[in-house]
Design a protein around this ligand. Structure first.
Ligand code: F6R
Ligand code: ZN
Length: 183
């Protein structure tokens, strides 16, 4: 089970083992309001696990110059015809960038700039994605198995979920004839 292997697998420096590891999980109820098909959403078990994030946060939140590392495990599924996805956010310090890279499974990275232009990138094992400052980011699992990806972001980036919770992204990733479409 890869979820259990992290972080031990990655911490070759034994001094880092056990330092500031944070694990969060979000179930469907934490994602209320993000999917278009409210009726389909409400019929689903609200305690269903949607994704888990294991993070290594070696610096205090807000420290300039430091880095954070995390792996997200996003389970497959759909709400209506919309793929299971993360909440999505801008960084609170909006100019902070981030790297994402694909580990296993099939995903799509949905990106939106401050003018609300949306685009998407296909994510697969080994794919690398640079998210510039000012770009909101959300991942979707478009496959039928576990999708995982790694992330590296500045320790002074912070997260702004409110903007996305209120206004959403200006496009959605919908399955049409078995293929993801940004609509
Ligand atoms: C950190 C980052 C990722 C996400 C994670 C969960 O800046 O982008 O580690 O935090 O994929 O997604 P959210 O945070 O949108 O629930
Ligand atoms: Zn981020």
């Amino acid at each position: 089970n890869k979820k259990i292997i992290f972080p031990e697998l990655f911490f070759t420096d034994k001094n880092l083992v056990g330092r500031d590891v944070c694990k969060i999980s979000r179930n469907l109820s934490d994602l209320k309001g993000i999917f278009a098909d409210v009726e389909a959403f409400e019929k689903m078990p609200q305690d269903k696990l949607a994704y888990e994030v294991s993070s290594f946060l070696p610096e205090k939140e807000g420290t300039p110059g430091g880095l954070y590392f995390g792996i997200t495990y996003l389970y497959p599924g759909k709400v209506g015809n919309e793929y299971m996805m993360t909440k999505g956010h801008y960084h609170a310090s909006i100019d902070r960038a981030e790297f994402y890279w694909g580990l296993e499974g099939e995903g799509m990275l949905i990106l939106m700039d401050e003018q609300r232009n949306v685009w998407a990138e296909r994510v697969f094992p080994g794919s690398l994605h640079y998210i510039p400052g000012g770009v909101a980011h959300r991942m979707a699992n478009v496959g039928s198995s576990l999708f995982s990806f790694a992330a590296c972001w500045p320790s002074d980036a912070g997260h702004n979920y409110a903007e996305i919770a209120e206004k959403g992204f200006s496009a959605r990733l919908i399955e049409v004839n078995g293929i993801p479409h940004l609509i």
